[in-house]
Design a protein around this ligand. Structure first.
Ligand code: FPP
Length: 249
């Protein structure tokens, strides 16, 4: 495969992995088989991200809204998560992948939560790619949690209300240890953010592909990265004033 090297690589790529259900339906299979195929695709995309030079990959794996799915689908997704975590730690350690998680992790079912904590610990020394799974994640809940923690500091008088800036909020989000995403990819064609990283996506470039998540491969990632490289990021500045970007926080 001959691949053009992209001029700019998105240091942080986030993905809304949509279309597992449709992928299964196209084959007359149960939805869970689509999720299983989708979980398998995570390894392919992790390795592709490493080859492209991406440093942070954040995947929307289970939203707070996903609890509304049929009980057997939710249970199946939790089992898939446990299996993914048990089976993929070796791959992560081989490839230098450090696992992280964002969301209301304490509310995940016990076995999945314990397996997750274990996998995070077992991969903590890796430095090539940070793979963050958004689990029981909702962007509005994340902002609510940040506001609660800021309010607690104000009540304790360790923070004054007029000291609160955009950076204070950034520093209280689940993602405080990572840069904002440069590129958001959404598979299966929908043009929505779906309550994902609401604060962090303010200046993120968005690439939507009609490919369903289980079919989204290394070449599709490369296409998305080339698309990203062709964009001119202005962060709200005019074309004439691009030189002033360093003044924008
Ligand atoms: C959307 O497909 C996808 C999800 C509900 C979450 C993504 C889950 C996985 C890729 C599998 C588990 C992941 C890991 C890391 C173990 P959909 O069912 O909404 O698809 P549809 O829109 O075609 O119905």
């Amino acid at each position: 495969m001959s691949i053009t090297s992209p001029s700019k690589v998105p240091r942080h790529t986030a993905i809304i992995m949509d279309g597992n259900g449709r992928w299964a339906k196209e084959r007359g299979w149960p939805r869970l088989m689509g999720h299983e195929q989708g979980a398998g695709n995570v390894e392919t995309i992790c390795e592709a991200c490493i080859n492209e030079g991406v440093e942070y990959l954040t995947l929307y794996a289970f939203s707070t809204e996903n609890w509304r799915r049929p009980t057997h689908e939710v249970a199946g997704l939790m089992l898939l998560l446990e299996r993914f975590l048990s089976e993929k730690v070796a791959m992560m350690n081989k490839n230098g992948v450090r696992l992280a998680a964002i969301g209301r992790i304490a509310d995940l079912p016990g076995p999945a939560r314990k397996r997750l904590e274990q996998a995070i610990e077992e991969t903590a020394h890796n430095t090539r790619l940070t793979l963050t799974l958004a689990l029981n994640y909702g962007g509005r809940d994340e902002i609510v949690d940040a506001v609660r923690s800021i309010a607690t500091e104000v009540l304790k008088r360790t923070l004054e209300p007029d000291q609160i800036t955009a950076k204070t909020i950034t520093d209280h989000l689940y993602t405080r240890m990572m840069p904002d995403p440069d590129l958001l990819i959404r598979t299966s064609g929908e043009m929505r953010i779906s309550n994902f990283l609401l604060w962090q996506l303010s200046y993120t470039e968005i690439h939507v592909t009609r490919k369903l998540w289980p079919d989204f491969g290394a070449e599709d990632l490369h296409t998305a990265i080339l698309d990203y490289g062709s964009r001119e990021r202005r962060y709200g500045a005019s074309v004439e004033n691009l030189g002033n970007l360093e003044k924008v926080s």
